[in-house]
Design a protein. Structure first.
Length: 633
């Protein structure tokens, strides 16, 4: 179906505001629907996820469509596709909603895009809902709505692939009564939730459909029960409709491993952002602290739609806050964030956090359960501890350049391997500390350096040199102590790499690929040591065979013989490699220019690339960050 995308995108920026008092009676009905036995007392905190029930659109019966939704073209764009479903989103909790207080919902159309899926044309609409209580932002929700075509020929709606198994799962029984009650308290008229004949015969489902917000509510409450506290951020995506009755008990509620963990990262460049990005991927809330001009990695290049490749790679899924840590008020904001965090990461210049008043020993004394991770060039002690370090400098200092390159000279590894190694060690250390804290209740200080991370990787050449007296030579794509090993040109000019790791492979290579089983027992080549000693003669034999046939013919023989191989791939080949897997992390991209730290008040950018100064944090005490939007790329 063709949609007028330009017309529909005209709804971007459309907004509406509604208010409703969060009455004790609504809380009682919400709790009863979910079988929660708690009193609803005016002035107390309301249960999390009740915002789905508040200030909902009210349309008279004459303005309802056949499906029970309000007719198209009001606040939401008039998408002509007949089926609408709630596809997921993300919720950030800044402060609790309070029972018997007035709650105001302000909603805005943030984005609209059209795609082609296996069921036909799909139109995705992104809506941002802000819920304010007592004059301050309490809940921000990003809602993803998808419109799709109707199933054809009376065929039922196809089931999507099941969600992957999570660390924790729970079976939940959802019946028609619960769905009817939830429809009532949310004023949701969509007939698929309470009209079984309509759900089956018109929309093609196998029965009544469980509300997306109800599924999200059950998952969020499960996360709070497991972690012993309510999450500060919660994200979810609908893979397929859950059905009530029948197989509903087979449904699985899945949460991310680090859901409920908050990380404050005073970070820049690569190493610390690598560690915190992996924590964010696992479900942690990561709040990145940046200076007024932003992380300098933002300007390493501008090759990814105007943004830096490094920054896009390492800051996906984060929130960012701009602070001037020479300013006492901003220091107080950071201190308040750290007080509510589980993990604090920093990789500033040696001594910088101590001068700011955020020394790790002092932080751990003030917050005994805090996990502090410091990433430096050479560690927190030793003669080089105060020396600045960058990746190339540590590649050279650690001896990596001495074993990388060719006989003509040393070379730098083409990616930031020291930074990445330190980031990986930091992530490992933080995960270990989080596990230990579940048993001891105590945090710790984790000291990681680029030098020590890469020095660990250098143990094999170090041991060969110290105990064997034989420093490995620089041999390019060959291996200093294994043969045959390297790239060999084939008859069509394309190269293939092989790496013979044991004698069984060597025998098969000779018999099935080189075509001469006798080579394997030649005294020049009958052991790896002998093959290395006679490498030039061996290279002539292998190159002669490989050079007589095109690469794919050589690969067929290697595959049949069970010999490991690799093609010498360039970056264009990598971009199209059939083994690639991609992940999508939702981010709203806009200007990379940081918001001024001296504007008239806190800004509310939806762009993850934007930086914000939170002037209301101390006044409102609204959690780790007063008003973050989804951040990073």
């Amino acid at each position: 179906m063709d949609l007028d995308i330009d017309h529909l995108r005209g709804w971007i920026g459309n907004s509406e505001t509604m208010s409703e008092r969060l009455t004790p009676q609504l809380v009682e009905r919400f709790n009863a629907t979910l079988d929660i036995e708690e009193d609803a007392v005016a002035g107390a905190e309301a249960p999390q996820m009740i915002h789905f029930c508040l200030a909902q659109p009210v349309a008279p019966a004459s303005r309802l469509g056949h499906d029970g939704h309000p007719k198209r073209g009001g606040f939401l764009p008039p998408v002509s596709l007949p089926r609408r479903m709630w596809a997921g989103g993300e919720i950030t909790f800044h402060a609790p909603l309070v029972i018997d207080e007035m709650v105001t919902r302000t909603s805005r159309i943030d984005d609209l895009e059209v795609k082609q899926g296996r069921s036909g044309t799909l139109c995705f609409v992104t809506v941002i809902h802000d819920y304010a209580c007592g004059g301050a932002l309490a809940v921000r929700e990003r809602q993803d709505v998808v419109y799709r075509e109707a199933p054809t020929g009376g065929t039922p709606t196809a089931a999507a692939d099941p969600a992957p198994a999570g660390t924790t799962s729970r079976q939940v029984s959802v019946d028609a009564t619960m769905l009817f009650r939830y429809s009532a308290i949310t004023f949701n008229g969509h007939r698929i939730h309470y009209d079984a004949p309509y759900a089956r015969e018109v929309e093609g489902y196998g029965g009544l459909v469980v509300h997306g917000p109800l599924q999200a509510t059950l998952m969020a409450h499960m996360a709070a029960e497991i972690h012993g506290r309510a999450p500060t951020r919660f994200s979810f995506r609908g893979r397929s409709r859950g059905r009530a009755g029948g197989d509903a008990g087979k449904g699985r509620l899945v949460m991310m491993d680090l859901e409920g963990i908050t990380v404050v990262a005073l970070e820049q460049a690569v190493a610390a952002p690598y560690a915190s990005s992996r924590l964010a991927d696992a479900g942690a809330r990561v709040i990145k602290i940046e200076r007024a001009e932003g992380d300098f990695a933002r300007r390493y290049d501008s090759l990814v739609n105007g943004d830096s490749a490094y920054f896009v790679w390492l800051n996906r899924g984060k929130e960012s806050v701009c602070l001037d840590l020479k300013d006492e008020a901003d220091k107080a904001i950071l201190a308040a964030m750290i007080a509510k965090a589980d993990v604090f990461i920093q990789n500033l210049a040696p001594g910088a956090v101590e001068r700011m008043g955020f020394g790790l020993e002092d932080l751990l004394e003030a917050h005994p359960s805090l996990i502090c991770c410091s990433i430096t060039g050479y560690g927190i002690d030793g003669p080089y501890s105060q020396q600045k370090a960058y990746d190339l400098l540590v590649q050279a200092e650690s001896g990596l350049c001495a074993v990388n390159g060719t006989e003509h000279g040393a070379a730098r590894v083409g990616v930031s391997v020291c930074d990445i190694a330190a980031g990986m060690q930091s992530f490992q250390g933080i995960m270990q500390a989080l596990y230990a804290r579940t048993r001891t209740g105590k945090g710790r200080i984790i000291d990681v350096s680029l030098y020590h991370a890469l020095a660990d990787w250098m143990n094999v050449p170090y041991l060969q040199t110290r105990y064997g007296g034989k420093p490995p030579a620089r041999v390019g794509l060959r291996h200093p102590t294994i043969a045959p090993y390297g790239a060999y040109s084939c008859g069509d000019g394309k190269a293939v790499l092989i790496s013979i790791q044991n004698e069984r492979e060597w025998v098969r290579l000779c018999a099935e690929v080189l075509g001469d089983a006798g080579i394997a027992t030649d005294e020049r080549f009958d052991s790896n040591n002998n093959r290395v000693a006679n490498r030039d003669a061996l290279e002539d034999i292998v190159s002669g065979v490989f050079g007589s046939a095109p690469r794919e013919s050589v690969i067929e023989k290697l595959t049949a013989a069970g010999i490991a191989f690799g093609r010498l791939t360039d970056l264009e080949d990598l971009a199209a490699h059939p083994q690639n897997r991609f992940i999508t992390v939702r981010s709203h991209l806009a200007s990379t220019t940081p918001t001024s730290a001296r504007n008239s008040g806190p800004t509310h950018p939806e762009a993850g690339q934007n930086l914000r100064r939170k002037t209301r944090f101390i006044e409102k005490g609204a959690g780790p960050c007063a008003d973050p939007s989804g951040g990073g790329s």
